[in-house]
Ligand binder design. Sequence first.
Ligand SMILES: Cc1cc2nc3c(=O)[nH]c(=O)nc-3n(C[C@H](O)[C@H](O)[C@H](O)COP(=O)(O)OP(=O)(O)OC[C@H]3O[C@@H](n4cnc5c(N)ncnc54)[C@H](O)[C@@H]3O)c2cc1C
Ligand code: SF4
Length: 478
Amino acid sequence: MAKQPMLKFVTVSKEMPQKRAAIERTDDFGEIYGEYAREKAAEQAGRCSQCGVPYCQSHCPLHNNIPDWLKLTAEGRLQEAYEISQATNTFPEICGRICPQDRLCEGNCVIEQSGHGTVTIGAVEKYITDTAWEEGWVKPIRPAVERPESVGIIGAGPGGLAAADMLRRAGLQVTVYDRYDRSGGLMVYGIPGFKLEKDVVMRRNAQLAEGGVSFVLNCDVGRDITFDEIRGKHDFVVIATGVYKSRDLHAPGVGATGIVRAIDYLTASNRVGFGDTVPEFESGELNAEGKRVVVIGGGDTAMDCVRTAVRQGATSVKCLYRRDRANMPGSQREVANAEEEGVEFVWLSAPKGFAGDTVEGVMVQKMRLGAPDATGRQMPELIEGADYVEGADLVIKALGFEPEELPTLWGCEELAVTRWGTIKADFRTHQTSLPNVYAVGDIVRGASLVVWAIRDGREAAEAILAQVTAQGAGVAAE
Ligand SMILES: Cc1cc2nc3c(=O)[nH]c(=O)nc-3n(C[C@H](O)[C@H](O)[C@H](O)COP(=O)(O)OP(=O)(O)OC[C@H]3O[C@@H](n4cnc5c(N)ncnc54)[C@H](O)[C@@H]3O)c2cc1C
Ligand code: SF4
């Protein structure tokens, strides 16, 4: 049967038509279905040398058995490849799409290290899981037995959902609470649709709901229901709330109209992709069309903003970062993608202030890299007299995220947090300072990655299941 490509949320700038080819390029073979993709996947998988020292596997946070599923793919045994891949990863088609593979599995591929170009592990993982969905190999959630224990999960991002999947498969009663109207966390409202198609996430949401996971959406814990009430309703609680407090700039004029937060900008764009009515997008406040856009920051969120702005039809898109290319935190692959699409990077530049009540420009001060700080990273230093104004109609602040103050917001001072405000949890079991309360993902790690949240969610689920088993044994022994 001919397979249909996934929906993509892409519009292309009219003002930057020369970039159309770059935006529409297919950087993996998974978007072209049928025999061609099968051949390409097998060809890539066949490049794996089965080196016997699988650094790819040890550098995958889930320790996916990559060499084995590559070998099976090369042999055309896709269903078996899928079975092995899904055994360690709850959402392989999502990781295949959005893991920064250049920093994880692919960056450590022995073939890459020998200068011959990595096996495109992520693209193969995506391909075999997309094929599994198409062929009906993805197992529905059907617990063999129903168990009485109930788990309340706060936060429907990858951490919470990975825990929900595993716990429900084991027969526990699982309820996921989220303050958003859709489940998926940053996979739905943070990461843009051109990197992760939303129907891929919604398909997983549907699978969980059909498998008996209850979702309580539009429910802000701390406002619509108290944390204590959640604890009272469930035997176990998993906190998977992510980090959402945007770091801010302190510079004159920062309150001007037209200076917005990255999370608001990306959420609006993703909502529009879903077909939602978004007044701030329609008014132009959160829409880059026809504007000179300046994004401040050098992380992956900044990369998502610049690439979204290009797709919305910005007349120019610049990324201001106070260090240089080598020292930016974002993925180099994403920088290359953005450059290919026409984004200009203005390295060693920091905002000093903003011109206009409605923003007209960013006052930029030029920097150079000075002595290393305590972590060994060179500190940016100001170059006197080199300031200039960068014209802008829309400025997007992408300076990173911090945790909200959960113990205060939830009236639960016994919930121990670190000095950064992240929740303190055992690194293996993910148990917090409170009995039967676990925490996973960004709210423990700080802003991190989907694949780490999945790993945490799976490990917390394992710890809960171990506790359930131990309690069961205890009861039986009494
Ligand atoms: C713009 C952007 C792009 C990114 N791109 C990538 C990428 O390409 N690859 C990658 O691996 N990672 C990426 N990340 C990081 C990744 O999205 C996160 O690390 C990951 O989603 C964390 O998962 P989580 O489950 O801990 O939290 P989240 O995904 O943040 O989910 C937390 C959920 O908790 C809910 N919540 C919070 N507080 C409450 C409350 N009080 N009551 C009820 N619900 C609550 C939120 O609504 C949300 O749905 C990106 C992040 C951003 C911001
Ligand atoms: S989960 Fe991520 S790091 Fe692991 S193999 Fe897949 S793409 Fe690579």
